[in-house]
Design a protein around this ligand. Structure first.
Ligand code: PMP
Length: 357
């Protein structure tokens, strides 16, 4: 068909499955296994739906203010969006406009190359070292910007603040985006570096540590000037990105710091216990500071374990991609969910020899 010549072709990001059936143990998309803060449900129950006839606040000001207070920054330094994917996409569009290649790790969040292609931003990947760490010296080449998650995904491995700073320092002429989607599970945030570097943008999300993936709330914090440019692009694209319920309920989540600490603490404790159990079963993995473990087995191929788990209604994430095709990304669920996973793996590993049943 002739019209197809005029179509923008894109190769989309493939998100983890949402099976939508009960009784599935869902450890494939790094969601939180606990509900959002109790205040979220309370407010949702009282929400006045008459207000839905009005457009929401276009800057999400209530939520921006709550976040500014929580993170001790000015509201002018905060930008909110429809999940951190929306925030990151806007940031790519706004800040990576030089025509020079942007840099990110070869093993990382697989949306980065998708956005780069969509926005026609050239990019170059820098190989993680053999222990899955980012090598800061790789980020000393000419570039149009830098983006990396810390902790990285899907490895879960955290980089020290010194290494993060070394990358920012070496790249003061471009914007450096640190994607802190998983930082609340034991990572070290780059927030203290904001005072020193006006080219630093820190992106975070409510989808994991604040248990609100379904509402789609993400945000970033940076220098006022950066946030101003980001708002100009956002308002050239869609004035009303965040819906009213997300803005109101998000504030409730930010206010309940005790609940936030309790749930992230539980997930960290479960993760540390599961690390020990997986090791006993012959798995190895980088030492995760996130709400998932990136594990491979000494004898059994990851794809085979992935399929067997799926048959048993235990969903984890697997990518048939270079360097990572023998690893499974296992989200940390509740203790009960992880016990069911471990029980299955115990039997499976015992009855499976060298990749054969
Ligand atoms: N960054 C990283 C590293 C992620 O793993 C994810 C989750 N897929 C996101 C950003 C986006 O999360 P969300 O859009 O739900 O905030």
């Amino acid at each position: 068909m002739k019209w197809e010549e005029n179509v923008r072709k894109a190769v989309p990001y493939v998100a983890g499955e949402q099976p939508g059936r009960p009784n599935v143990i869902k450890l494939n998309t790094n969601e939180c296994p606990y509900p959002p803060a109790p205040g979220v449900a309370r407010l949702a129950a009282q929400m006045n739906c008459d207000n839905l006839r009005l457009y929401p606040n276009s800057k999400g000001e209530g939520l921006v203010e709550a976040l500014a207070e929580y993170y001790h920054v000015k509201p002018e330094q905060v930008f909110v969006g429809v999940g951190s994917d929306d925030v990151l996409a806007m940031a790519f569009m706004t800040f990576f406009h030089s025509g020079k290649p942007i840099l990110f790790p070869d093993v990382t969040y697989s949306f980065y190359d998708v956005w780069a292609d969509l926005f026609r931003i050239p990019y170059r990947t820098c190989a993680l070292d053999h222990e899955w760490h980012i090598c800061p010296e790789d980020y000393r080449q000419p570039n149009g910007g830098v983006v990396f998650p810390n902790p990285n995904a899907p490895t879960g491995l955290m980089e020290s603040l010194e290494n993060v700073e070394a990358i920012i320092q070496a790249n003061e002429d471009v914007v450096v985006i640190v994607d802190e989607a998983y930082v609340d599970f034991g990572g070290t945030s780059a927030l203290p570096l904001l005072e020193k570097y006006d080219n630093l943008l820190i992106v975070q999300t409510f989808s994991k540590s604040r248990a609100m993936a379904g509402l789609r709330i993400g945000f970033c914090i940076g220098n006022e000037k950066l946030i101003g440019y980001l708002n100009d692009v956002k308002f050239s694209f869609n004035s009303y990105t965040m819906n009213l319920p997300a803005q109101l309920l998000g504030v409730e989540a930010v206010r309940d710091d005790a609940y936030f600490r309790e749930t992230t603490g539980k997930i960290i404790a479960t993760r540390e216990r599961v690390k020990g159990e997986l090791k006993k079963l012959g798995f190895s993995f980088p030492d995760s500071s996130a709400n998932f473990i990136f594990a491979s087995h000494a004898k059994i191929p990851a794809e085979q374990i992935f399929r067997a788990l799926r048959e048993a209604d235990i969903y984890v994430r697997y990518w048939n991609k270079p360097r990572i095709s023998n690893s499974l990304r296992i989200t940390i669920g509740t203790d009960e969910e992880m016990d069911r996973l471990l029980e299955f793996l115990q039997k499976y590993v015992k009855t499976t020899k060298n990749g054969e049943m």
